[in-house]
Design a protein around this ligand. Structure first.
Ligand code: SAM
Length: 243
């Protein structure tokens, strides 16, 4: 059962956000109440992979957190017998992911490992997933990471990314953020919790614009690069490594 997120209910000054034990404990609840269309994103990811992947290929979920996406893929893509690899730098996240996966009988083709995604090496990979993880990577480290993923994909392989974004127009940017805060209020977060979480994420989560993300992928060689889902300041895009 999901433990309710009450991390930012107290009056104390928040520390910078990190994926430590207290965050991991409430992470699934936090995601469901903070990330709009999360379930739709996971389902759309499965749909894209189902149509593009060959049998028995590797799918790598980078920043896999508690394994929600990979476990969904394990169920939906069973007929393709993919090798599913979850990578994360947070040991508490991986412990939770392994616990959630303990009932899964996928014949040893589901694995969670601790690694910095900057060092990923999965030659001939069918697909990399980066859901809400790139935004936590320092901006200067993003181009070499995306280039590395491009090099590790097989021709025709996919990179699927979801991110929080900013828009250049300040007024519209403010409106999108306000609408997201409404979403959080609807899901039970108070003004104090919203303000404190925002403060904790400052300088830790650095969103790019859609244009910046798309240029990042295009400059690494991905073509086509297409958005496939958007909710105000959240969106998902796909890049294909050309044949
Ligand atoms: C917002 S969560 C991702 C959510 C997850 N992809 C999902 O859809 O449920 C970001 C994750 O990225 C991980 N992370 C951040 N930087 C990382 C890095 N350099 N290498 C590996 N994992 C990283 C964090 O530990 C965290 O679990």
């Amino acid at each position: 059962m999901k433990k309710h997120d009450r991390l930012y209910q107290s009056d104390s000054v928040p520390e910078d956000f990190s994926f430590s034990e207290p965050v991991v404990e409430v992470f699934d609840d936090m995601l469901a109440r903070s990330v709009p269309l999360y379930q739709e994103v996971v389902e759309a990811t499965a749909g894209l992979l189902d149509r593009h992947l060959k049998a028995a290929e590797t799918i790598c979920d980078l920043g896999c957190a508690t394994g929600t996406t990979l476990l969904h893929l394990a169920r939906c893509l069973r007929h393709k017998s993919p090798r599913l690899v979850g990578v994360d730098s947070s040991e508490p996240m991986l412990t939770k992911a392994r616990r959630k996966a303990s009932g899964y009988s996928g014949g040893g083709r589901l694995e969670f490992r601790r690694q910095d995604i900057a060092t990923i090496a999965e030659p001939d990979c069918g697909a990399f997933i980066l859901h809400y993880t790139l935004q936590f990577i320092r901006p200067p480290q993003r181009p070499p990471l995306i280039a590395r993923l491009f090099d590790n994909l097989r021709p025709g392989g996919l990179l699927i990314i979801s991110e929080k974004t900013i828009v250049a127009d300040k007024r519209l940017n403010r409106t999108f953020i306000d609408i997201h805060h409404d979403f959080k209020r609807t899901h039970g977060y108070s003004e104090l919790e919203i303000a404190k979480k925002r403060e904790a994420l400052e300088n830790v989560l650095v969103p790019f614009s859609r244009q910046e993300n798309e240029t990042l992928l295009q400059e690494a060689g991905f073509s086509p690069v297409e958005p496939f889902l958007q909710w105000f300041n959240f969106y998902s895009l796909i890049g294909v490594k050309p044949h």
